[in-house]
Write a protein that binds this ligand. Structure first.
Ligand code: NDP
Length: 269
């Protein structure tokens, strides 16, 4: 039976095996999918061993997405733009890399009736997750794409991958006088129990607030957005399942039903 893995460090918390097992049941595909902890420094050697063992594909999570990018023989356009890979397709001698985070996010936004075309979109954060979603968002032609990050250099590095002035890079302070339609939290601040220095003035009733993190309770960012007046709050569970669905499609050629799996996971929370 074809074997797949998700690798990272830590990896214990990963929902990917559950998600892919649900996809396999739903689409009647025969496969095994397990999690595998990799120690720092062992990424390359582990993936080469997987290749020798005829493993068909690997999902890569923090902190190895950049190393995965370096190791690939071929890259998709989104992976090349992102400089980060979350999906490895092992095809005989070749390792192909893709980044499905952005497709997962964009599909979830569209699924939630969030239009992107002609809208002003603000991304908070400039880490691996932000890098992965910029190109797929730009494909939908927002009128403005702004990246705010604590470390400005990281946001500038992302913007430098795209044509001049397409991305507006700012500090959190500079958000005070801005007006946007959609805010996407791509920081890990909530996970660390830290709050973001985002001015409440940027969030009004109609501003759609999306948090890449998710949970049983409202996430700290969505809680802040609610207090600030937003009536449109979406967490990142749909993105998580959506990026997994895109990986599954790349490996198996079959697109699973994302909504069904999101509903199953929500019920288990
Ligand atoms: P990284 O570690 O690569 O980046 C973290 C980002 O958060 C950086 O921009 C960092 O800013 C910022 N940050 C962290 N703490 C603070 C703080 N206290 N104040 C301001 N900014 C802060 O993480 P990832 O990009 O990989 O992941 C980000 C989040 O997205 C995580 O919560 C992750 O779980 C989630 N995620 C969700 C996915 C999904 O499918 N739903 C997929 C991928 C990620 P600085 O550059 O200044 O350090």
């Amino acid at each position: 039976m074809d074997q797949y893995f998700v690798v990272g460090n830590p990896i214990k918390q990963s929902k990917s095996p559950t998600i892919h097992q649900l996809f396999a049941q739903q689409t009647k595909q025969q496969l095994n999918y397990d999690k595998h902890l990799i120690e720092q420094g062992d990424f390359y050697q582990t993936i080469m061993q997987f290749k020798n063992d005829n493993i068909k594909g690997v999902n890569v999570t923090a902190p190895f997405k950049e190393e995965a990018f370096e190791l690939c023989d071929e890259l998709s356009e989104f992976a090349a733009k992102a400089g980060a890979v979350n999906t490895l397709i092992i095809d005989g001698d070749k390792i192909k890399g893709d980044n499905t985070d952005g497709v997962g996010l964009v599909n979830d936004l569209l699924n939630n009736q969030v239009p992107l075309k002609g809208k002003r979109i603000l991304i908070l954060g400039a880490g691996g997750a932000a890098k992965g979603v910029v190109a797929p968002i730009l494909e939908h032609q927002p009128s403005q794409l702004i990246i705010a990050n604590r470390t400005l250099k990281r946001a500038q590095d992302i913007a430098s991958q795209y044509p001049d002035n397409i991305i507006n890079v700012v500090t959190f302070d500079q958000l005070e006088d801005m007006s946007v339609d959609v805010v996407i939290n791509a920081t890990s601040a909530g996970l660390n129990g830290q709050s973001l220095p985002v001015p409440a003035s940027i969030i009004t009733t109609s501003v759609i607030c999306y948090d890449m993190t998710y949970g049983k309770e409202l996430t700290p960012f969505l809680n802040f957005a609610k207090q600030a007046g937003s009536e449109n709050l979406i967490d990142g569970l749909g993105m998580l399942v959506g990026q997994a669905a895109q990986s599954f499609y790349l490996w198996r050629g079959v697109m699973p039903n994302v909504n069904q799996v999101v509903a199953t996971l929500r019920a288990q929370m």
